[in-house]
Write a protein that binds this ligand. Structure first.
Ligand SMILES: Cc1cc2nc3c(=O)[nH]c(=O)nc-3n(C[C@H](O)[C@H](O)[C@H](O)COP(=O)(O)OP(=O)(O)OC[C@H]3O[C@@H](n4cnc5c(N)ncnc54)[C@H](O)[C@@H]3O)c2cc1C
Length: 394
């Protein structure tokens, strides 16, 4: 019997393997990964500097330990080069393997900015534990590199900014928006985060972008589009990720922003599924939705495990809060769906220090929220309010 092959051992690939093994102890499982297959929790990468965590401390299990725990074969350092959907085989740098079912959990790639200057190649990004190690090495190599510029004040950029500031670095955060987290957070919380990050000593350069990066004696200069120049030691890009579509596209699998999957996580190719950062969902009839967060990949993994075990199960993609791990102001956010965001409004209330923002669409229906600071009780209560009319809330 051919195995179920999972490509990728990030949180998506490993969570699926774990969930599947809870239901099925015997079906052969082969995980193929281009990296070393060590298990780590990726969200910890943007909270590890202030805690002075070395990469090895973030790795909780090796590939060999995972293989034993999962009753699986794990091929490490093996890149899948192509998929033949007719013969149902994958060709990897370590050989060709036939599959019974194939799951793509190949993640996303950092978006590379086209920036001028003789040091543009020095821009780093952190989307893997190896990147984190590289980043730490670069800081050590430059004698502790006290100055770090971060491009992009989204979730990951804000988290790194707060974390690096907490570790004693002098941080500059650059974003074309007028406030941090502008795409995810309600305006009141976005402003609250700006104040909290500034109070932490982070230099916010908003409403502008990096135009060029050049080497100077002992560091780098970044010329911003607003005409100013900032000196720094390291530039970290956190401008976003793009689902990795290469394998799927080469195999003629339908892709959009991500690898398009149906309600069961199935791609356009027979016996092939996708989950995690590489997948694109349809949610409430709205297409082109990528959900590069832990909660949706866990929901997909739970459903897939049942589907792969012979009980077709639709993925439950109900809203779950995105937790922004900025100790200066921790936020929990459920952004309104983009089609609803255009026609509605945010309503803000405060209870002591806590600010709660509810989003009502043009029909007066609650479609999103943001709260800071937050705890489980308020998150659960706000989740329960979603979908309710404006009069019954607050
Ligand atoms: C710094 C940071 C902080 C984050 N914080 C949060 C948070 O607080 N909350 C939250 O919900 N989300 C957070 N996220 C997002 C979350 O971590 C990701 O959504 C999730 O980890 C993605 O997992 P994945 O398995 O889909 O992808 P990845 O972790 O990227 O794994 C992809 C796997 O595929 C393998 N691979 C790729 N191509 C091939 C190939 N051709 N052949 C073989 N193997 C291949 C790779 O080696 C890797 O093993 C954060 C992300 C980052 C970067």
């Amino acid at each position: 019997m051919n195995p179920i092959i999972i490509v990728g051992t990030g949180l998506a690939g490993y969570t699926l393997a774990r969930e599947f093994r809870k239901l099925n102890k015997t079906a052969p499982l082969l995980l193929v990964t281009a990296d070393d297959g060590g298990f780590y929790s990726k969200p910890m990468l943007s909270n590890a500097f202030a805690q002075r965590k070395q990469p090895a401390e973030l790795l909780t299990q090796t590939a060999a330990q995972m293989a034993e725990q999962l009753g699986a074969t794990i091929l490490t350092g093996a890149r899948v080069e192509s998929i033949d959907t007719d013969t149902m085989t994958v060709t990897t740098s370590a050989g060709t393997f036939a599959y019974d079912k194939l799951v793509l959990a190949v993640g996303a790639q950092p978006i590379r900015l086209a920036i001028d200057g003789n040091a543009a190649d020095q821009i780093m990004s952190v989307n893997h534990i190896n990147d984190y190690q590289h980043f730490r090495q670069r800081i050590s190599a430059s004698g502790g590199a006290s100055r770090v510029m971060i491009l992009g004040a989204g979730l990951i950029g804000c988290e790194f900014a707060d974390d690096l500031a907490g570790a004693g670095h002098q941080v500059t955060l650059v974003d074309p928006s007028k406030a941090p987290l502008a795409a995810l957070a309600p305006p009141a919380l976005s402003q609250g985060l700006r104040v909290a990050l500034e109070a932490r000593g982070i230099g916010l350069r908003l409403g502008t972008t990096a135009a060029r990066i050049d080497r100077v004696d002992g560091g780098l200069t970044v010329s911003l589009a607003d005409g100013s120049v900032v000196e720094t030691d390291i530039v970290l890009s956190a401008v976003g990720l793009r689902p990795d579509l290469r394998l799927a596209q080469a195999a003629n699998v339908v892709t959009g922003r991500g690898i398009v999957v149906d309600a069961f996580g199935k791609t356009s190719a027979a016996h092939m599924y996708a989950l995690g950062d590489c997948a694109e969902y349809t949610v409430d009839g709205n297409r082109n939705i990528v959900l590069p967060y832990i909660a949706p990949l866990m929901a997909a993994a739970r459903a897939f495990a049942r589907t792969l075990d012979g009980q077709p199960t639709a993925i439950d993609l109900r809203p779950t809060p995105v937790m922004v791990k900025t100790p200066s102001l921790p936020l929990a956010l459920v952004p309104p769906p983009s089609h609803a965001a255009a026609g509605g409004n945010w309503h803000e209330t405060s209870i002591g220090e806590q600010v709660i923002c509810r989003f009502y669409d043009e029909n007066g229906c609650m479609r999103g929220f943001g709260v800071a600071p937050h705890e489980a009780k308020i998150r659960q209560s706000l989740l329960a309010e979603l979908g309710s009319p404006i009069a019954s809330a607050a």
